[in-house]
Design a protein around this ligand. Structure first.
Ligand code: FES
Length: 103
């Protein structure tokens, strides 16, 4: 049993950019790359920094605090000092809304 949460309007997520939003108790980052939306936890796994304040380059988000990087498609660390993967959430777009599978 999975639950899909209506998190945002698709139009709220700018192209090739990142926004942060609160979804229930989760602080989520939403990214749009080449028209596709991806969702991860917004807090870096290295320290307390919000990835929505970082820099998105292609599918890589750079943390604003120590410039670690993650692949937003799967949460993999791609640049030191981050080593722990970032939690990702499956995304479904329907009726112009972004739904996230939260568990
Ligand atoms: Fe993100 Fe250090 S807090 S790289």
């Amino acid at each position: 049993e999975s639950s899909w949460i209506d998190a945002a309007s698709e139009a709220e997520v700018p192209d090739d950019d990142v926004i942060g939003l609160q979804v229930g108790e989760h602080n989520i980052a939403l990214y749009k790359v080449d028209g596709s939306v991806f969702a991860t936890d917004n807090i870096c796994t290295h320290g307390h920094a919000r990835l929505c304040d970082g820099f998105l380059d292609g599918h890589e988000i750079e943390c604003p605090l120590h410039q670690g990087k993650f692949d937003v498609r799967n949460g993999s660390p791609t640049c030191a000092p981050v080593t722990e993967p970032l939690k990702c959430y499956p995304v479904r777009i329907a009726g112009g809304r972004v739904f996230l599978q939260m568990d």
